[in-house]
Each structure stands twice: as structure tokens, then as C-alpha cells.
Design a protein. Structure first.
Length: 934
């Protein structure tokens, strides 16, 4: 009673909770010993009164032995030790020659020898003993079946005992005692005597039962312990696999580990996993093999009939004997050949079930026949379950991983996009604001200043530099940030500077941590030592792809620059580049404009530009001077309106002369025009050049006038001379001497007039040639004046109705001057003649002579028509004659007069009031310039 309770307790305790088992085991073993002792003491106490003293002694001996056995069993570490202790005690107490312990397997089909003892030693053959409990008759079998002690007094003659055992042990009489465990008969004690046939006394049998119980207990405990240990080990394995299933993300590694552990735990040569639905080929996913075992081929896989069975039946298939198991008779499973070929005699396979579906099978192969235990089955099922989870998880993980990655990528992208979008819009706003600032300035200095400011603002940097590329150097042109003012105009060779990298690569240079990323190169940065930790530099590249410099933004802290920021800075640099190009263009255009204006204002020709609509946009100083129209008056109006002349050129005529009115006068302008075209080839406007050709045109006119007038001037005296000479020749005898003298005097005077004309022409020729000779001498100018005035008076008196009077107003003192007397006379004659001619109403012609400082001044004054102001200079030109009817001369008189006076070292000019008269004044040097003797 007590024993079975305790046993149950132990079993319950042992099986239910591994963790507490170890502690409980010892306690229970102790309790067991105590219980046994009490039991025996009670027995002894009851018997003491009625048994003999000898029996008492035996009992005491037995008692001591059992106590000893009990404590020995407590110490036994394995089944063999238990067996030895029990058997030796048995031999000793019951006086057997031989005893052995046979273990009965789980299903009671077989008994196998564990330990046999004779004379205190192991019986060597005993462990190999195998008794078939189903098909052979034996004492062991009988003991198992009857669960009761079985004695055979004549063993060799009994058909009920194993002949082999009896024979080998040489036994005469035998006792079989079943070891009845909690659930089944776990073994059988066989003990006997070899010397003689004997019977066994009840007390001996009683003692034997006691010892058997003791041994059973120990064995079961041991069994429990090892089962427990095995269970624990497997449990631990399953737990480990389970843990890995949940932790290991690499399904292949997990499967490999699970197969190896399973093979080890089940003690098999091969362990594999097939994946696939029932009915499918379910290929091998992984296989573990003991060394030297050949692998399963792909072609053999479909014929693995046990795992096929597990797959089909959805339950574990435990085949102890592949060759003979009738479950494999069904050929549709794949037969036995493939398995036998692999050397597999026993196979255990569990389906891998996931959510009610079979997804594969886990199988264990061993080369020995093997009856798979419930534990084996439970174990492989547990592993299969875990693998199912693992496979599912792996699928999930893979699926999840993909989804997660997608989600993550999406999340990152979304976040990035949100940020970037925000950043984008912020940067875009800043850039847009900055562009306006960049567009404004017209000098490159202003642009660069704006650029560094913008760059700093844009990236929230601490400083920025703009360096301009000049030959092989980068020159700081603008800086922003504290302490960088003195950087201005500092030069850095491109070859050895960090910024120079930008010039070469033309790519942004992004440094998050100068100390880390650049090391000694950082020393080449322009502002190293100013405490900057990070920078972005971008090249400033214009539309023409030319690199004009670099723009660098600095940060005082280590900084991970964002892509958008880099891009924004690149954009800013591009904006700066175009602003710089604009500034350069602006500068060039303004320079060109200045140059053009300078040229336009200095040229003698009037230059007028009109726009597409024909409105004046340019009216230079010469145009103002020529036309007398201010540019303020002309600008914005059509040229034809300003000049009051149609400007459309007749077809094919590029250059033409037009006449316009300037006040009272007619002005001749030579007009040339050129068409301006814009880059697209469209007419953008026209440029006109205006040249005042009034004088040239006048000269031309004068020349033709001269030819006709000179012809007339020459013809008149020639006609007279010819007429008088012919009359004298043909009719000379008809005229008297006086008449002939008169004729001859006409011929003489007309010849003189002719000579005068010719002289004048010669003078002009000489003046033009620049070789007019004057013979200067100190002469009395007064005498010349008197002569000329007298001559004029007498001539005037000879002409009927001439109302002129002549005055020579000379100072008393002699007016000596250095002059050519003849030439001076000719000058005065011309001036007096003109005075008479241009005062048709008569009046006084006076010649005033007086001394000035260093000079003699002569003034020839008339009371005639006068000379308009604009003509006063022109009258001294060659061939110039006024259009007045009064003018009948050659237009050479004043031209020659000025030439002669100038040749004598003097000067001549005119003063006049229109309608009142004119005064021609001339100045002659008083004395000859002293000649410096060489
Ligand atoms: P010419 O020999 O044909 O007179 P001149 O050279 O002497 O040519 O004079 C040129 C022009 O100067 C004249 O045609 C006239 O218009 C003007 N002129 C010269 N002297 C006078 C004067 N005393 N009063 C007014 N006009 C004059």
C-alpha cells in the first residue's frame, strides 16, 4: 500500500514536473527507506513472539540486507547497477547460484537480458538474451502473462521455460518473478540453483517479492528518470527549436538545425523534411545524414512511402520494419524498394500540418528495425509542429519582409517626400525670393554679394563664400558670415585647394564633417581655422557651360546635408551664374553704349536712329548742330515730321540729297540710311546719317555759275577789243586821229580789264597751290589808299548818274607797314569796287586808315545793302557770290583779298548791318617781324 502510493507519487511527481523532480527524488528515496524500515520493524515485532530465535536471526539479517539494498538502490546510477544490487542481494539472501534480470519492452512482445549475476560477477552472455514473449513459451512469458511468481523445480525437463536460458545457465530449479510496474510488467527476475533441484520456501519467496518490488521501484524510477531526461532533452530540443522558429529568420538554417537535433534525439541516421501537398511529389527540402550515409536522390523522393503515408493519412506513420510492415503493401505509396535501397529499415514520419492543411512531412530513418516509442512519436510530432510554424513564419516573414520593405520604403519615401516637399517648397520660396535679389543688381559685385547672402539664408548656413575663377586661381569676391570680411580678394591656387576640386570635378562637393571627411585636405579650404565643420560647395556654371567660380556654404556644426539642399544650392549657383552673365552683359552694353555715344557725339555727321515704328530714338549732337533742332525736340517723333521732308527713299537709292528749310535758309542734307535688324532678322529700325552738303552744293553751283559768269566777264572786254580793233583795221582811214586814239584807249582799258581777270584767276591758282609770292617792303599805306580812292572817284565821275562820293580818311602821320604795295592796291581796289557795287543807291564810300598797336588798320566802309550774318564768313570763299542781282562778278575778289592779306601777314574781316552798309577791315603788320640772324 505504502509502496504503491509512494511509487505513484514519485511517478506523478517525476513525470509531471521535471524541474522539481531532482529534489523530490532524493526526498522520496529517503522516505521510501524509512517506510520500508518501519514495515519490516512491524513485521518483526508481530512475529517476534511466535517465531524461533533462528528465524529471528535470519530476519534480522534479511532486514539489514533490505535496508542495505534500499540505500544501495538509492545510490544506483543506472539500471545495470540496480540490477546488480538486487540480484546480488537475492543470491545472498535466498541462496541462489544464479539470477538475472530481463527487461520487457513497451508492448510486452520481447524480453531482453539486462544483467545476469553468478558468484558475485556478471554473466557475460546474459545481456544478449532475447525472449520472444509472443511466440515462444518461457517462464518469463508466463510470469509476464500471469503477473505472478512462477517456480519450476525441474527446469531442464520443463517445456514451460526457455531451454536456452536453462541450458546456458546450467539451472536445475528456477523462480520467475514479474516486476510489476505502474502500468505494466517492466521486467522479470529469473533466479535459480545450479547444484540441486530444490523447492523454495514461502519466506524465501516473500523475501524475493520484497526484493523484486524494491528492484521494480528502482527500475521504474530509473526509467522515469531516463524517460524524463529523454523527455526533458526532447522537450528542451523542441523548446529550442521552437525558440529558434520564433527567433531565427533564416528558415534554411533553422530547418538544418532542427533536422540535426531531431536525428540526434531519435538516434537515427537520416532525418529529412519534404514539402508539398499530399499527392504531389513533395520534394525534399532538406536532409540531415550521419556521416557515410548516401543522400536521397530527387528521383527516389516520390517513393519514400512512409512519409507519403504520413502525408496522405495526415498522421504520424511509425514503421518498425519497412520490409514487413503491411501498411506499406499499398503500392500507391511508393513501395519498399526506395527505402530499402537507402538502407532504411525503420522509418518514423510525421506530417507537417498548418491550418488544417498538410504542407509536408518530417521523417527519420534508421538502418535497424525499431519499434518507435510513444515518446519518439510525440517528439517527432512536436518537431513537425514547430517546423510547420517555422515554415509558416518563414513564409510570413518573407511575405512580411517584402510587405514591410515595401511599406517601409513607402513610408520612408512618403516621409522623405513630405519633408522634401516641405523642404522643396521652402527652398523654392527662398530661391524665388533670391532670384529677384539676384536679378536686380547690375554689377557682378552686387550679384556675388547677393549670392552669398542668399546661399547662407537658403541652407541656414553660418557663412558663405563666392570665389571667382581667374586663370589658375580662385579669388574671394564676396563673403557672408562673421569674421570673413578680411577674406575679400584673397587668392587660392586651384591646383591645391579644396575649392579647386570643384573647379576640376564641376560637381558639388559635400562635406558633412571636415575633420572626419577631409583630414589634412581640410587645410586647403579657404576658411579653415574659422571653426567650420561642414560645407557644401557648388560650381558656378553659366548657360554657356563655362565655369565662372564656386559658391561654398559653411556650417559651424557637423551637418548631414540633404539632397534637396544640395540641389537648391546648385540652382542658386546657376541663378547666380546667369545673373553674373547679365551683369557682365550689362557692363559690356553700357560700355558699348558709352563708346557709341562718344563716337556719335564726336562725329561730324548727324546720326539719327529710328525704331521699328519710325520714331526717333537717337539724335546726336551733330544732328542738332546741322539741323538746329534739339534732340529733346526730335526724340520720339517721326523723322519726316521733324525734318519736314519725306524720308522714304526712292527705289534703289541709298544715298541722296534732300533740301530742308532751316529758318529762312535752305539746307542741303546728304542722307544715307541703313536698316537695323534684330537677331531674328526682323527690321528693328533704321539709322540715318545726315551730312550738311549745303556748302559743297553751293560750291558746285558756284563753279557752274563761275563758268558762265567768267565766260561773260571775259567775253565783254574781248568783244570790245575785237570790235574796236576790227573797225580800225577795216575802216581806219575813215576815222581821225582823235577817234582812233579813243578806240585804242578802249582797247587798252578792256585789255587791262581782261588782264585783271586773268590775274585774278592766276592768283586763285597760286593761292590754291600755296605758292603765292608777296614782295614785302615798308611802304606808305596812305599813298596807296589815296591813289585807289582818287581812281575810284574819277571813274565814278565818268559814269553818268553815279551818286557815290569817296572819302580817304587818313591820319596825318605816315602809315607805314610791311606790305606788298601792288597786292595791297589790288585788295583795296576790290574792296572799294564792292562798296560801290553793293551800295546801288549811292552814298559815301570811305577808306579810313589808322595806326593800331603794332599794326596799320584800314577800313573800307559803304552805306549799301549790307551782308546777312550767315553770309559774312562765306563771302570770303572761292566763287561765292550772293544771289543778289547786284552781284555780277566772279566771286573770287574777297577770296583773293583774304589770300593776299594773309600772305602779307595781316588779316581781313567784315562787319555789317543789313540795309545800312558794310565795313571791310584789314590789318597789316606795322613793322616786319625782326628776322633772327643765323
Ligand atoms: P565779286 O568779285 O564777284 O564781287 P567778291 O568776292 O568780291 O566777288 O564778293 C563776293 C560777294 O560778297 C559778293 O557777291 C557780295 O554778295 C558780297 N559783298 C562783297 N562786298 C560787299 C559789300 N561791300 N556790301 C555788300 N555785299 C558785299
Amino acid at each position: 500500500m505504502v509502496l504503491s502510493d509512494i511509487t505513484r507519487l514519485i511517478q506523478l511527481a517525476g513525470l509531471s514536473d521535471a524541474a522539481i523532480f531532482d529534489g523530490v527524488l532524493e526526498t522520496l528515496a529517503l522516505a521510501l527507506g524509512v517506510a520500508l524500515a518501519l514495515h519490516l520493524l512491524l513485521d518483526i515485532f508481530v512475529l517476534r513472539g511466535r517465531r524461533r530465535a533462528g528465524e529471528l536471526a535470519v530476519r534480522e539479517h534479511q532486514l539489514a540486507a533490505v535496508a542495505e539494498l534500499s540505500s544501495a538502490l538509492t545510490l544506483a546510477g543506472d539500471r545495470e547497477s540496480i540490477a546488480r544490487t538486487v540480484l546480488d542481494t537475492l543470491n545472498d539472501l535466498v541462496d541462489f547460484d544464479f539470477s538475472g534480470l530481463l527487461l520487457v519492452n513497451e508492448d510486452g512482445s520481447e524480453a531482453s537480458g539486462l544483467i545476469g549475476r553468478a558468484a558475485g560477477t556478471d554473466v557475460d552472455w546474459f545481456p544478449s538474451t532475447r525472449l520472444d514473449l509472443e511466440n515462444e513459451m518461457s517462464g518469463v512469458r508466463r510470469a509476464v502473462e500471469t503477473r505472478a511468481l512462477f517456480t519450476v523445480e525441474d527446469a531442464p525437463g520443463s517445456p514451460e521455460v526457455s531451454a536456452e536460458l536453462v541450458e546456458r545457465a546450467g539451472l536445475k530449479s528456477l523462480v520467475f518473478f514479474p516486476l510489476e510496474g505502474e502500468r505494466r510488467i517492466v521486467g522479470v527476475l529469473a533466479a535459480g540453483s545450479t547444484g540441486e533441484f530444490r523447492a523454495f520456501r514461502p519466506e524465501q519467496l516473500s523475501l524475493m517479492r520484497m526484493l523484486a518490488a524494491e528492484g521494480t521501484l528502482a527500475l521504474e524510477r530509473m526509467e522515469s528518470v531516463s524517460a524524463l531526461e529523454r523527455g526533458l532533452e526532447r522537450e528542451r530540443l523542441v523548446a529550442e527549436i521552437s525558440r529558434r522558429v520564433r527567433a531565427e529568420l533564416d528558415i534554411d538554417r533553422l530547418i538544418d538545425a532542427a533536422l540535426a537535433e531531431t536525428a540526434k534525439a531519435l538516434d537515427v541516421e537520416r532525418c529529412f523534411i519534404r514539402l508539398g501537398n499530399p499527392g504531389s511529389a513533395a520534394p525534399l527540402r532538406a536532409e540531415w545524414r550521419r556521416e557515410g550515409i548516401k543522400p536521397i536522390t530527387a528521383s527516389a523522393t516520390p517513393f519514400l512511402s512512409v512519409s507519403n503515408l504520413a502525408l496522405r493519412e495526415r498522421k504520424t506513420a511509425a514503421i518498425a520494419d519497412v520490409e514487413n510492415d503491411p501498411q506499406l503493401d499499398d503500392d500507391s505509396l511508393g513501395g519498399r524498394e526506395a527505402l530499402l535501397e537507402l538502407g532504411s529499415r525503420a522509418v518514423l514520419s510525421a506530417p507537417i500540418i498548418l491550418f488544417e492543411s498538410v504542407i509536408g512531412a518530417l521523417a527519420a530513418h534508421t538502418s535497424a528495425l525499431r519499434r518507435w516509442s510513444n515518446d519518439d512519436i510525440a517528439f517527432i510530432e512536436a518537431i513537425a509542429r514547430e517546423l510547420g510554424i517555422a515554415l509558416h513564419t518563414a513564409g510570413l516573414i518573407e511575405e512580411n519582409k517584402r510587405q514591410l520593405e515595401e511599406q517601409n520604403a513607402l513610408l520612408v519615401a512618403t516621409e522623405a517626400m513630405t519633408n522634401e516637399l516641405e523642404l522643396d517648397s521652402v527652398l523654392a520660396l527662398k530661391l524665388a525670393g533670391g532670384r529677384a535679389e539676384l536679378v536686380g543688381p547690375s554689377s557682378s559685385k552686387q550679384v556675388m554679394k547677393a549670392a552669398v547672402h542668399q546661399a547662407t539664408q537658403l541652407l541656414e548656413g553660418d557663412a558663405a563664400l563666392m570665389l571667382e575663377l581667374e586663370a589658375n586661381e580662385l579669388v574671394v569676391r564676396a563673403s557672408e558670415g562673421e569674421g570673413l570680411e578680411e577674406m575679400y580678394a584673397r587668392r587660392f591656387p586651384v591646383a591645391v585647394s579644396l575649392a579647386g576640386d570643384l573647379v576640376h570635378s564641376r560637381e558639388p562637393l559635400v562635406i558633412e564633417d571636415l575633420a572626419r571627411d577631409e583630414g589634412p585636405l581640410g587645410a586647403l579650404d579657404p576658411v579653415v581655422g574659422h571653426g567650420f565643420k561642414a560645407l557644401i560647395g557648388v560650381p558656378v556654371i553659366g548657360l554657356d557651360d563655362a565655369l565662372s567660380g564656386v559658391l561654398i556654404v559653411y556650417s559651424r556644426r557637423v551637418r548631414a546635408w540633404r539632397l534637396k539642399e544640395i540641389e537648391a544650392l546648385v540652382t542658386l549657383a546657376a541663378n547666380s551664374a546667369s545673373a553674373l552673365a547679365n551683369a557682365a552683359l550689362y557692363l559690356r552694353v553700357s560700355l558699348e553704349r558709352e563708346q557709341s555715344l562718344a563716337i556719335l557725339s564726336s562725329v561730324a555727321d548727324g546720326i539719327v536712329a529710328v525704331d521699328r515704328a519710325g520714331r526717333i530714338v537717337l539724335w546726336n549732337a551733330a544732328a542738332e548742330r546741322i539741323t538746329g533742332i534739339a534732340s529733346s525736340e526730335a526724340l520720339g517723333r517721326p523723322l519726316s515730321e521733324v525734318l519736314r521732308h519725306e524720308m522714304e527713299a526712292p527705289d534703289g537709292v541709298g544715298e541722296r540729297a534732300i533740301s530742308i528749310r532751316r529758318g529762312e535758309r535752305e539746307l542741303w542734307l546728304e542722307v544715307a540710311e541703313a536698316v537695323m535688324r534684330d537677331p531674328g532678322g526682323q527690321i528693328a529700325g533704321k539709322i540715318y546719317t545726315l551730312r550738311d552738303v549745303s556748302a559743297d552744293r553751293f560750291v558746285e553751283q558756284a563753279k557752274s555759275d563761275f563758268v558762265s559768269s567768267i565766260s561773260h566777264e571775259l567775253r565783254a572786254p574781248l568783244t570790245s577789243i575785237y570790235g574796236f580793233a576790227e573797225t580800225l583795221l577795216r575802216r581806219g582811214e575813215l576815222f581821225d586821229d582823235v577817234q582812233r586814239r579813243t578806240f585804242l584807249s578802249y582797247i587798252a582799258s578792256e585789255s587791262e580789264r581782261l588782264t585783271g581777270i586773268v590775274d585774278a584767276l592766276l592768283d586763285v591758282a597760286e593761292l590754291d597751290a600755296g605758292d603765292l609770292q608777296v614782295e614785302l617792303a615798308t611802304i606808305d599805306v596812305g599813298n596807296v589808299v589815296r591813289e585807289v580812292v582818287e581812281s575810284a572817284r574819277s571813274e565814278s565821275e565818268s559814269v553818268q548818274g553815279d551818286e557815290h562820293s569817296f572819302v580817304a580818311d587818313l591820319s596825318d602821320e605816315p602809315l607805314s607797314a610791311e606790305a606788298d604795295r601792288d597786292k595791297l592796291r589790288r585788295v583795296l581796289v576790290n574792296l572799294v569796287d564792292n562798296a560801290v557795287k553793293f551800295s546801288p543807291g549811292g552814298g559815301t564810300v570811305s577808306v579810313v586808315g589808322q595806326k593800331r598797336s603794332g599794326a596799320v588798320e584800314l577800313r573800307v566802309r559803304d552805306e549799301g545793302v549790307g551782308i546777312p550774318e550767315e553770309e559774312r564768313e562765306r563771302i570770303f570763299r572761292k566763287f561765292y557770290r550772293s544771289s543778289s542781282v547786284l552781284s555780277g562778278g566772279t566771286g573770287l575778289g574777297l577770296f583773293i583779298s583774304r589770300g593776299l592779306v594773309t600772305a602779307m601777314g595781316g588779316r581781313i574781316w567784315v562787319e555789317s548791318v543789313e540795309g545800312e552798309g558794310s565795313t571791310f577791315a584789314l590789318e597789316l603788320p606795322f613793322e616786319r617781324e625782326p628776322v633772327v640772324e643765323e
